[in-house]
Design a protein around this ligand. Structure first.
Ligand code: AMP
Length: 190
């Protein structure tokens, strides 16, 4: 069972590349953003709480995210499968806790794929995605705030995963196919 983190700023292509990995390697995909949007769409209590943060481009508190993640990992759908974590961890605390949560389940993070894309290109991609999908947090004000949050709270993880030797930088400005090929090479190396 492999456990891969796909890491990078909003709009760097985590979702798109995760889809490729599901097709190619049969990974179980955990996208915390999708889980939260699903709760919002169903109007659950968790969805109501999540919406107050997501609509402002803020992160959901770590404790809540860690509960959601532990529950997901204990679900039958995940048992025995390789996992791709998309959008989690997003803070150093989440990364530290992820190590513990995985260790308790005889798992570990095997590699971290960092999709690196300049801010200007991220903004352009997110605005286009907003137009195409109607995703509520893909509007210019929220996008700007999400990028700030990324640089302040999430980017420090790059150092965390570089220091423990897991971080693999990939140029996320290339074509979807070129990036997918490079990620596949990294995964085959594990
Ligand atoms: P995403 O689809 O990964 O871009 O996530 C959309 C939004 O969901 C983020 O802007 C956060 O508000 C929230 N979110 C998703 N994953 C996390 C996480 N690991 N920690 C905190 N908030 C998250």
């Amino acid at each position: 069972m492999k456990n891969i983190v796909i890491f990078g700023a909003p709009g760097c292509g985590k979702g798109t590349q995760s889809e490729r990995l599901i097709d190619k390697f049969g990974f179980y995909h955990i996208s915390t953003g999708e889980v939260l949007r699903d709760h919002i769409a169903r109007g659950t209590e968790l969805g109501k709480i999540a919406d107050t943060y997501i609509s402002k481009g803020q992160l959901i508190p770590d404790e809540l995210m860690l509960d959601i993640l532990s529950n997901l990992l204990d679900s039958e759908a995940v048992a025995g499968k390789s996992i791709i974590f998309d959008g989690f961890p997003r803070t150093v605390r989440q990364a530290e806790e992820l190590e513990r949560i995985l260790r308790e389940r005889d798992r570990q993070v095997d590699t971290v794929i960092g999709l690196e894309v300049a801010d200007e290109m991220l903004v352009e991609r997110l605005i286009n995605r907003g137009k195409e999908t109607g995703r509520a947090d893909d509007n210019l004000d929220t996008i700007k705030h999400r990028l700030e949050v990324y640089h302040n709270q999430t980017q420090p993880l790059q150092e965390f995963y570089t220091n423990n030797g897991l971080y693999k930088a990939i140029d996320g400005s290339k074509t979807v196919d070129a990036i997918a090929d490079q990620i596949a090479l990294e995964i085959e190396r594990i």
